[in-house]
Design a protein. Sequence first.
Length: 1003
Amino acid sequence: MRRINTEILVIGGGATGAGVLRDLAMRGFKTLLVEKNDLSHGTTGRYHGLLHSGGRYAVNDPQAARECIEENRILRRIMPHCIEDTGGFFVITPWDDLAYAPRFVEGCRQAGIPVEEVPISEMLRQEPLLNPRISQCFRVPDGSADSFLGTDANTESASQHGAQVLTYHQVRRLLVDKETAPPGEPRHVVGAICYDRVHDEEIAIDADLVVNASGAWAGLIAGTVGIKVHIIPGKGTMLAMNHRILNTVVNRCKMPSDGDILVPIHTVTVIGTTDVKVADPDHFPIEPWEVHLCLEEGDKLVPGFKDMRMLRAWAGVRPLYQETEVADTRDVTRAFVLLDHAVRDGVDGLVTITSGKWTTYRKMAEVTADLVCRKLGVQLPCRTHLEVLPGADGHGSLPGGYYYLGGRLAHIEKRAAYGDLICECELATRQDVERAILSGQTWSLDDIRRDVRLGMGPCQGGFCTFRAVGLIHELAAQGKTTMLASLQAEPQALVEQTDLALRDFLQERWKGLLPVLWGQQLRQERLDELIYQSVLNVDHLPGPSTGRLSPELYAPSSTPVPRAQDQTPISSTPRSTGFAGRPDLDLLVIGGGLAGLFAAWQAAAVGQRVKLVTKGWGADYWSAGTIDVLGYYPLDASESILDPSAALRRLIAEHPGHPYAIVGMERISAALGAMQDISQQLGYPLHGSLESNWLLPSALGAARPTCLAPQTMIAGDLRQSGEMLLVGFRRFPDFYPSLAAGNLSLQGIPARGVSLDLPALDGRRFVTARVLAEMCASPTFIGAIAAALRPFLDGAARVGFPAVLGFENAVQVQARLQETLGVPVFEIPTLPPSIPGMRLHRLLLRIIREAGGRVYEGMQALHAEHDGVRILQVFTEAAARQKAHRARNFLLATGGLLGGGLYSDYTGKVTETVFGLPLQDTPERTAWFESAFLAPQGHPVYRLGLSTDERLRPVAGSGNPVFANLFAAGASLGGCDPVRERSLEGLALATAYHAARSVLEFD
Ligand SMILES: Cc1cc2nc3c(=O)[nH]c(=O)nc-3n(C[C@H](O)[C@H](O)[C@H](O)COP(=O)(O)OP(=O)(O)OC[C@H]3O[C@@H](n4cnc5c(N)ncnc54)[C@H](O)[C@@H]3O)c2cc1C
């Protein structure tokens, strides 16, 4: 076993441990910190974000209140860049006791906390969203603080003073001088045995003294040498909203309770917390009632809060120390506790520092280091309150001052680095991410997240996960980082480890999303699923699905979700007040995705008067731009379907309620044929047939089964032989050729990658798919690509590019490149926006207009009017009024949960948004999701949708159509999961074709 020697061993890489490490290192001790995960992985990284003024404890815990205000002042001085000076309000809402206010003010005065009453008009001027029924408001010096940055700054400072940090080193047991001493005989702790989780080995650390700063785990560590330290893990759950609704910390002015603080931190606002005693600090659930409670309580502070978009939920455990057990953890002091086990338990060489707050971490470290000095017989003064922590001149803060929200943006604007963004939500640049990868301290994407806030914004890693793994792989392949190399047994497993890092991070993000997936966030998550499953096919990449550092979910919740209310439509459908008259349209199509466009064209082509209204552009803009008909059946099949026709027949026989079964084979085939005809006619042919799926490479190098593919893609079919050369462009962040080639090679398909450095791209602010596609209109640019590529061809049998080879002229660009390079060329779809999807969209728009149909974008259908039998008119939002659209028939193609055609709220209620149509049985909210993001069988909620009759008219429970002239197509239909089936476009075309025929045949 490897042995390390140090003077002081600090256990725990949270705020307390990092503070102790710094203090001891500054006093001159040789100090080593071990942390079982990443720094700040424990409670420190899961706290609420509040730099306490002490106001919260002013009435019930005066000692904690005094500690907070004293430290608040010091931290503002030594680490301003980790703190945002938001200020804090304590407010009396109509639900709070007015008599608390004078006690609060008196408590603050006693503890030395500056407090002043703020007129309500002034409060509302500063925070207009606060409840106007608030009757009193007091200002205190609260703030918000970035604990990740704080820990890093402390360990960085400690390192500058010679300290060492070992992350992913778990203390398995403390070492004592007399392992077999009888109880009661004095013993001495002399170090610890640690497990190195990255390299899978045990090491022994010898130390003169051990500081146990392991927070809620302190009792477990002490227990390894028989010492009883009673820590109550007090779980608190918090929710982050997707934006800052406030710029000031707002507390309810009452005894501390659940869900009574809103903290603005970075780009979000966080509400919390609950406080529940749990048995195990590592395994606990986030209960639905906690989420609901936070929403309901938040609504009291900010009316409308519970309907706002929540981004994520998380929970941490307070290390609450108690000599004897208590029933309610809020009764336990928040003041900190320092235990000298020589005095308390007769075991020398060990001290435990625990409880307290993030706000008091420095003081906790100071008293601990003082005790260490006394125990080792030296007198060395503390200096941590005098010296500013490193990083204060970083780009996130005002020079020498507090962090401010605009800091990152200002930095990016100054450097004109918009094109370098890897995480657009959190403004993390390529340089930021690369720095984190190269730091030597990161072992997973989640570690990078803690360093640069990667994936912490609204899309929760939807785009940046792919980009960050691309960068990791690039740097690892160049030997610049050992981040992945250390996790693998064999060097050739680099690609597999990259895939694992990707899957792990997707799962880690999923963990915190699960409790808050409804409304817009559920829509966002479905988009992420579309990207990672349908476009990138991550679940069919080679390599292991879990590893040693893979994340664990929260424990399953043990309580039900509060019941959903009855299904009532968001938009009312009032009965007609006597409208009569001839409709101006034969068909009004609602929704501008593939289904809506295709149906509109079908009707317009035979002379119907057709209008299409759509809020947005549909899933074509996000998907691969191929026509996927059926890729996997059953859903959890590991092998892709090669003959979709045979698989469809089986699916139709086994699932008579599936939309494909309603449409039938004949019309599925006719729909695809019609689509092929127009694509051919307009010079962008879609090749393929129902008898055979193509197997095309995804941008990660997985094999994507698809039925019809544009001419620009088919030379990439993986069943053809010959080495592939995959080509990326430097500064284009959405394609990593070496990683895709690596995955293909792992699957036995010879491939290599090259990234071109083109002068034409220098000086461009952005190098996006759209920019590249527009540049491809220029023959000079195509010539430059070919010239730069020629030296790398070296026997390659075909060349693959990201799907950016132009808009209208893609086939010509492909032909030109083929001619110049002398080998077949193909495109590979990558992250949205999808250029091939946009081509299909434009093509359909053109043909509808040519046939006399009209398409209106940016028009959201709100509700309809009917006479009980037929829909009469649909209303859309217009500038100053609602505009009525009258038609003989209506076709709903609003795209389900992804498109916004279905909307869910936090109670588990799901609604069809235009007509309030009945949905197939909605599962209980607890049954909406599987525990794994990539669960092969998909998530039950996504099968939810409309039931229809054989003409695709939505039906009620009776099985009868709700309206005689209302039809539906595309992803609004239930009984299928188009993303998992890889049937998104096939279903859209087939159901649109059938619905349009139904309209025409029975009209
Ligand atoms: C829900 C909640 C909200 C809070 N909000 C606030 C707030 O707004 N403001 C505030 O000031 N305070 C707040 N706190 C309190 C504050 O977060 C904690 O007091 C503080 O973060 C504790 O830091 P720590 O370093 O002692 O513990 P931790 O951060 O938990 O660090 C202990 C570390 O020890 C590691 N460890 C455990 N076992 C081992 C082992 N065997 N080997 C190696 N390492 C090990 C853990 O992984 C962990 O990283 C909140 C706490 C909770 C739970």
